[in-house]
Design a binder for this molecule. Structure first.
Ligand SMILES: [Mn+2]
Length: 333
């Protein structure tokens, strides 16, 4: 397979960061805490190493990350001049179509590239591909590269940003990807003076009241169950987001309310989409892969956390399709 051919090592990735001088960092659409944490950390580290570097982001940064956002992030892809860059780094992005490149065509980008990721379905699309599916977060891989010596030191600010990525992708060290290794790496980040309390406060203890009320209405009126309660989901009806004036981009923790339900093994948030219904799924049991469901439903992701799109006109059809796929996973054992 070609995928083996262009795989690279942590040492080689560190060497590439030392060698090139003008970096463009790109992460995935709808960036999450790991995309922001690893992107911001890499941005600040390369700046400290004296490099020119820009982080391309697809949208305004969600409120909860504003405290961690370094100055000078490039928020929109308009007016990118390739002459300003000699290297592009993709973070946490399993395939080009998920990259937050705005209207740029991936195939036309005239730069050597490095793809750093922990998604198991990464298709190794770059010139160099550092793919570690056993890592809990892309931020964990970035930490290993910095530790190997990539031209700067890991300041407390950079350690905090790496911690942010790790904390968000492990759900605060609660999810199944919480390995002994990631806990050791987190301990090293604490020793480097990562501000853990600030990260935890901003990520988990700063929910706006309107968002909790939005969640309460979902629990009271829009919580559905199937498969004897082993499948639970929220359908977010049109208008509810407006009623509470919440931004779905700020509700990363919403699915945790479903995950908390006793007996639920696969949990889903379903929302309207112009082509049907968008689903975000989590599994609480490593034997039940939501990644396998996502790959059949126009999506992808990790085995325990994945998303897709059900292309139907009606909610009832979308729910039928969801239930049949989840039953398939439950019955496969
Ligand atoms: Mn990630």
């Amino acid at each position: 397979m070609t995928m083996e051919k262009n795989k690279t090592s942590i040492e080689k990735a560190a060497e590439l960061l030392r060698k090139y001088n003008n970096f463009l960092i790109v992460t995935h659409e709808n960036p999450d805490g790991d995309a922001f944490g690893s992107g911001f950390a890499l941005l600040q580290y390369l700046r400290l190493a004296g490099k020119n570097v820009e982080l391309l982001l697809p949208e305004q940064i969600p409120e909860k990350y504003s405290d961690f956002t370094p100055s000078g992030c490039l928020t929109y892809a308009t007016g990118l001049d390739w002459a300003n860059f000699d290297f592009i780094i993709y973070l946490d992005t399993p395939m080009p179509k998920r990259a937050a490149l705005s209207d740029l065509n991936f195939k036309n980008i005239p730069l050597p590239s490095l793809n750093i990721d922990h998604h198991p379905d990464n298709i190794a699309y770059a010139q160099w591909n550092l793919l570690i599916p056993g890592a809990a977060a892309t931020a964990e891989i970035i930490f290993m590269i910095f530790r190997a010596g990539a031209g700067a030191k890991i300041t407390p600010e950079i350690a905090s940003l790496l911690m942010l990525g790790i904390v968000m992708d492990t759900g605060g060290f609660r999810f199944d990807n919480t390995s002994p290794k990631v806990m050791r790496h987190a301990a090293e980040l604490l020793e480097l003076d990562a501000d853990y309390h600030h990260v935890i406060n901003e990520m988990f203890f700063s929910t706006p009241i309107s968002q909790l009320q939005f969640q309460a209405e979902l629990v009271s009126h829009h919580l559905k169950k199937a498969c004897l309660g082993r499948l639970a989901w929220f359908y977010v009806p049109p208008g509810l987001v407006e009623k509470y004036d919440v931004n779905m981009r700020n509700t990363e923790g919403l699915i945790e309310a479903l995950r908390a339900i006793r007996g639920a093994e696969i949990v889903v948030i379903m929302q309207n989409h112009e082509m049907g219904f968008k689903i975000s799924m989590r599994s609480k049991n490593p034997e039940y892969s939501v990644g396998s469901i996502a790959r059949k439903l126009n999506g992808g992701g990790h085995e325990m956390a994945a998303g897709g799109l059900i292309k139907t006109a009606t909610l009832a059809d979308a729910e039928k399709i969801l239930i049949s796929h989840v039953e398939g996973v439950f019955n496969a054992l």
